[in-house]
Design a protein around this ligand. Structure first.
Ligand code: GAL
Length: 656
């Protein structure tokens, strides 16, 4: 459990580096990430490399005992490259090339860019791959940031045609799969197919889904190219990528499969302001962030890194990019840091050492202000160091701090997001919000959750929750059938084939053996409308016909008699966008059936176990008493804090 920081030597006079480096080490930081946007300084002119300054920076940081996370600078192709090869640029949905002057302006499918990305990766890796101070790598920076996965360039169109022809082989199969007989959309060859933009009304959803799958694969193969070079030239160093929050535009499990560890960039206050929460939620948690959003991403990226993950960028104060940018509650930066460790992080690295006085992010806080004075977050990082020492002492004395599989698994499906995004049917049917609704309900019960991709083994789990799985592969249906714990399945599951068609016999398709129902119709409900009943239904309601001969009970209905909670005992189906009370009732029953103990936590208190230590985090601006919520807590041995949690307070106790 180590701390780190993001540092930009190229932003500061060389004379300052040694002092910065020793201050980092004194603060107790271990890692320093550098160079992810430094291409124009590394290769100022085509083929002319200027290593002097970076050699100096690497040596200076290394001499202070810091371990360097070196980056490939490919998120910022320099001006000379763009001018020489305009085909490097991504093309927007308006059909126009994106312009130079910020970052991430490249197209993943540009063959020219692939070649240059490999070339600069090789150059940096040859130079630093075996440097003793270089401990790890970050590929590129935040794939997908600023909406950059989908590009509609000519290179992308050509690569898409090749991808389609490999997938379908025969154009007739593609026409059938996409349903191209509709509106005379039939093609006679793969060469005739363009990216799905510029159409008069909506493009064919199957066409869009395949474009999304193709683009996601392009991200993975771009990343894989860099990884191949780094593995060759920098053996025994971990390779990471820093994923973003609330970004589902490519399959992070696929990219993660090639990495040694995942990482993500956690900006709880920025994400809260940018998110779709009600205004009162945004005000209530304005200085803390949403109590489940950050943790959900910790759990998701732990899964993407197959157990290994970092926070590569941790918000230290106000950011610059949200609509409003408040300051964190005093103590919150420390709390976020410890929360990440509670969820199994190996490293938490602050963004950034010193606030830049220039350019786009001059209003973004760091651990220091632009004049070099300590900013508010500095003390919090120092406080986090202390707490980590307390944990390290316990570990040295034999307390286990290794992550264990959680009893609850939540199946997270990137393709579900793509499908609901392409064909929402109700404007507010948002996959991530649906997942967050399930995840938050589980955490209010005090449960730890592991995210898993569709198809991951279910052995050892006691409860498996699938908020929605529109496409259920037969193998997944069989795994669900073989699973012996409780299963909770959300709306629209089994509602589509992988070709984006309605399955034979209607929804829930391949899940019918498990769930003997037929979803005869669905409706989405505009904001302001609630379908009356003990559990009022908003957003989404399915008209379900249970098989009258099956052993199935209906445990909740709308006032008009529509079943919204059906169960076979072991398997529960929620045929609506779940309201809080309904979901709570379903999950309590599902947990009770498998003997999983639950709590009843307020919306601002969250727990997480790491090995033998359980952490509690107070997301409220008022103090709270753990004894009011956790039976027997007073008798526990505390490693951090005690039963009284101040605002943004963290406690950790031994709970083997
Ligand atoms: C991240 C990005 C950083 C910086 C930061 C500001 O998305 O990786 O380079 O822009 O946001 O919050």
């Amino acid at each position: 459990m180590k701390l780190g920081v993001c540092y930009y030597p190229e932003h500061w006079p060389e004379a300052q580096w040694a002092q910065d480096a020793s201050a980092m080490a004194e603060l107790g930081l271990t890692f320093v990430r550098i160079a992810e946007f430094a291409w124009s300084r590394i290769e100022p002119d085509p083929g002319r490399y200027d290593w002097g300054w970076l050699d100096q920076a690497v040596d200076t940081l290394g001499a202070a005992g810091l371990r360097i996370v070196m980056c490939t600078p490919t998120a910022t192709p320099p001006k000379w490259l763009i001018d020489a090869h305009p085909d490097v640029l991504a093309v927007g949905v308006d059909g126009r090339p994106r312009r130079f002057g910020s970052r991430r302006h490249y197209c993943f499918s540009s063959r020219t860019y692939r070649a240059h990305s490999q070339q600069i990766t090789r150059a940096v890796a040859e130079r630093y791959g075996r440097h003793p101070a270089v401990a790890a790598w970050q590929t590129d920076n935040e794939y997908g940031c600023h909406d950059t996965v989908l590009s509609y360039s000519q290179s992308a169109a050509a690569a898409f045609r090749a991808w389609l022809s490999a997938r379908y082989v025969s154009i007739d199969d593609l026409n059938r799969g996409w349903g191209n007989v509709f509106w005379s959309q039939e093609y006679r060859s793969f060469e005739q197919i363009d990216p799905p933009i510029g159409t008069v009304t909506e493009a064919n959803p199957a066409h869009r889904l395949d474009y999304q799958r193709f683009a996601s694969d392009e991200v993975a193969s771009f990343n894989r190219e860099q990884i191949g070079i780094l593995r060759e030239l920098s053996p025994d160093r971990d390779i990471l990528h820093n994923f973003m929050g609330a970004t589902l535009s490519f399959d992070h499990f696929k990219v993660g499969a090639d990495l040694d560890a995942a990482s993500w960039d956690s900006y709880p206050l920025g994400f809260l302001q940018q998110g779709a929460w009600p205004e009162d939620t945004k005000l209530r948690f304005m200085r803390q962030g949403h109590p489940d959003f950050t943790a959900l991403h910790h759990d998701l990226y732990r899964a993407c890194g197959r157990g290994r993950w970092w926070v590569m960028e941790q918000q230290p104060g106000p950011v610059n990019w949200a609509k409003w940018n408040p300051a964190p509650l005093p103590g919150m930066v420390r709390a976020w840091t410890l929360e990440a460790f509670a969820h199994g992080a190996e490293v938490v690295s602050y963004f950034r050492w010193r606030q830049a006085p220039f350019a786009q992010e001059q209003m973004h806080a760091g651990l220091h202000t632009p004049d070099g004075a300590r900013a508010a977050a500095w003390d919090e990082a120092a406080a986090a160091v202390k707490a980590l020492h307390a944990l390290a002492d316990k570990r040295a004395a034999g307390t286990c701090l290794d992550m264990r599989p959680a009893p609850v698994a939540l199946v997270f499906d990137y393709a579900a997001h793509w499908m609901f995004d392409i064909q929402p049917q109700g404007a507010d049917f948002d996959y991530l919000q649906l997942v967050l609704t399930f995840y938050g309900a589980l955490r209010r019960l005090g449960l730890d959750v592991d995210m898993i991709p569709p198809g991951a083994p279910l052995t050892g789990r006691r409860l498996v929750v699938a908020p929605s799985l529109p496409v259920v592969e037969p193998s997944l249906a069989s795994a669900f059938e073989a699973f012996e714990g409780s299963l909770v399945i959300g709306p629209r599951s089994g509602s589509k084939t992988s070709a984006f068609q309605i399955p034979d016999g209607l929804s829930p398709g391949p899940l019918r053996r498990l769930l003997p129902i037929r979803v005869a119709a669905v409706e989405s409900l505009p904001p302001g409308w609630a379908e009356a009943g003990a559990h009022p239904v908003r957003r989404w309601l399915e008209h379900v016909e249970p098989n009258p001969n099956a052993d199935l009970s209906v445990d909740a209905r709308t006032a008009a008699g529509k079943p919204i909670w059906l169960n076979t005992g072991r398997v529960h189906y929620i045929a609506a966008w779940p309201d809080g009370d309904l979901l709570d009732a379903v999950l309590r029953r599902a947990c009770g059936d498998v003997g999983l103990p639950v709590l009843d936590l307020p919306d601002h208190l969250r727990l997480r176990r790491r090995g033998d230590v359980r952490f509690a985090l107070n997301y409220d601006a008022a103090p709270l008493d753990l004894a009011a919520h956790i039976p027997g807590i007073a008798e526990r041995e505390f490693v951090i804090g005690d039963t009284r949690l101040g605002p943004a307070g963290v406690a950790a106790w031994i709970d083997p």
